[in-house]
Design a protein around this ligand. Structure first.
Ligand code: ZN
Length: 375
C-alpha cells in the first residue's frame, strides 16, 4: 500500500511521512477516528514507507524488494495483529497467524476494513471477535526472539479495543517497555474502549472523516454508480466509505428486487411459462439469504399495492419507481387474491429457509401468481 493509493487525508499523510523522514516515529502510534475512513490503509502505507529502500516523491517506491514484500503481505519484519474467533475443536486460544490467509484476502477485498466483512470472512458472522492472551505472547516472541533484517520490526495492529483483559495487560508490558527496534502502528474505531493505560502510552493522531467528494470519487471508480447517486450516498454516509458502500449495495439490491418483481408480474399476467421458468432459475442463482430478502420484498410490495388500490396513500411506503409501477399494477391486487398472494410468498420463505430446492420453490411461486392474478 502506497500513500498515493489512499483517497484523501493529505494532512495526515504529510504528518506521517514527516515522522518517518525526520526519524521521530513514536514507539506506539495510534491512528484513531470513525470506522471506514481508511486508517488501516494509512498504517500499512506508513509501514511500507518506513521499510522502503528507495523512498521518492514523498512515497514508498512500490518496486524495491521491501515494498514488494509489503504489497504481498509477507514482509519479514512486519507483523499483523487483529481480533479473531476461536477455532472449533481447539483448546488453545487463537492468534492472528491462525487466520493469515483470510486476513490477506480481507485486506485485498476491503481496504476500508468493515468489521462485519471480517467476521463474515472468519466464517461466523454472529460471533464476537477478540484478541486473546496468546496473541500478546506470540508478539512478545516475534519481537524479542527473532532476528530482523530491516531497522525496525513493525506491528500493524487493528482494533486494540477488542483485546480481552489478560491480553491487554500483557500487551501493556510490550508497549510500556519498548524494545529499541520495534514499532507499534495501531488503528482504532473506538479508542474509548482501549485499556486506558495502553491508550495513554500511544502517541495519537486523529484521522478525520473523508470529504463527500472523496467518497463519491471512490464509489464511481469502484462501483457502477453515476456521480449524482455517488454524491448523495456519500453525503448520507457521513465520511465513512464502509457506510457508503453498505448504502450503495442496499440501493443496488432493491433495484434488482424491483426489476425481478415487475418481471414476475408481467410474465405471469401474460402466462409466459417458458420465460417464467427462466425467471425462477435466475432467482435460484442468488444466495439463499438474498432469495429470502427477495421474497420478503415481494410480500411487502403485495401489501403496498393492495393498500395503494384502496387509495389511501398515507399508508404507503414506496419509492418513486415502485409507486409509478403501482399506478397500473395495483388494480390486479384485490380482496379476492391478496391474502393468497401474500401466503404464497410467505410459504416460499418457509420452504427456502427449510432448504427446499429453490428452483422448484420459485417456479411454483410463478405458477401460483399466474392463477391468482386472474382471480
Ligand atoms: Zn520501496
Amino acid at each position: 500500500m502506497r500513500f498515493s493509493d489512499i483517497t484523501g487525508h493529505e494532512a495526515v499523510k504529510n504528518q506521517l511521512k514527516a515522522l518517518a523522514d525526520t526519524d521521530r516515529i513514536p514507539h506506539a502510534l495510534l491512528l484513531q477516528g470513525k470506522q471506514g475512513t481508511g486508517k488501516f490503509a494509512l498504517a500499512r502505507a506508513l509501514a511500507q514507507y518506513i521499510h522502503c529502500e528507495n523512498r521518492s516523491g514523498g512515497d514508498s517506491c512500490g518496486t524495491c524488494p521491501s515494498c514488494i514484500q509489503h504489497q504481498s503481505f509477507n514482509h519479514i519484519d512486519t507483523f499483523y495483529s487483529f481480533p479473531v474467533i476461536k477455532k472449533k475443536g481447539s483448546t488453545r486460544p487463537p492468534v492472528s497467524d491462525d487466520y493469515s490467509e483470510e486476513w490477506h484476502e480481507f485486506l485485498k477485498e476491503d481496504p476500508y476494513m468493515d468489521p462485519s466483512n471480517w467476521t463474515r470472512a472468519l466464517g461466523n458472522p454472529s460471533t464476537q471477535v477478540s484478541m486473546y492472551v496468546t496473541e500478546s505472547d506470540d508478539l512478545l516472541h516475534k519481537l524479542s526472539f527473532t532476528s530482523h533484517y530491516s531497522r525496525y520490526k513493525i506491528v500493524l495492529m487493528w482494533l486494540p479495543e477488542k483485546m480481552n483483559e489478560q491480553c491487554a495487560n500483557k500487551m501493556l508490558k510490550l508497549i510500556e517497555e519498548p524494545m529499541e527496534d520495534s514499532l507499534f502502528i495501531i488503528t482504532s474505531d473506538n479508542p474509548g474502549e482501549i485499556l486506558p493505560t495502553i491508550y495513554s502510552r500511544c502517541q495519537r493522531i486523529e484521522v478525520n472523516r473523508l470529504a463527500d467528494e472523496d467518497i463519491a470519487r471512490f464509489l464511481t471508480e469502484n462501483f457502477s454508480t453515476d456521480r449524482q447517486e455517488a454524491l448523495s450516498v456519500a453525503h448520507n454516509a457521513e465520511g465513512s466509505v464502509t457506510e457508503a458502500v453498505r448504502q450503495l449495495s442496499v440501493a443496488d439490491e432493491s433495484r434488482l428486487f424491483f426489476a425481478k418483481f415487475v418481471e414476475l408480474m408481467r410474465l405471469a399476467y401474460q402466462r409466459k411459462i417458458v420465460d417464467l421458468r427462466k425467471w425462477s432459475l435466475d432467482i435460484s442463482d442468488m444466495s439463499r439469504e438474498q432469495q429470502l430478502s427477495f421474497l420478503r420484498y415481494c410480500t411487502r410490495l403485495m401489501r403496498e399495492n393492495f393498500i395503494y388500490n384502496l387509495h389511501d396513500t398515507r399508508l404507503n411506503y414506496m419509492n418513486g419507481e415502485e409507486s409509478e409501477f403501482s399506478k397500473r399494477f395495483s388494480p390486479f391486487i384485490n380482496e379476492r387474491n391478496v391474502v393468497q398472494l401474500v401466503n404464497t410468498f410467505d410459504g416460499a420463505i418457509a420452504d427456502i429457509a427449510g432448504n427446499t430446492n429453490s428452483k422448484i420453490v420459485f417456479f411454483d411461486v410463478a405458477i401460483r401468481v399466474i392463477l391468482l392474478l386472474k382471480s
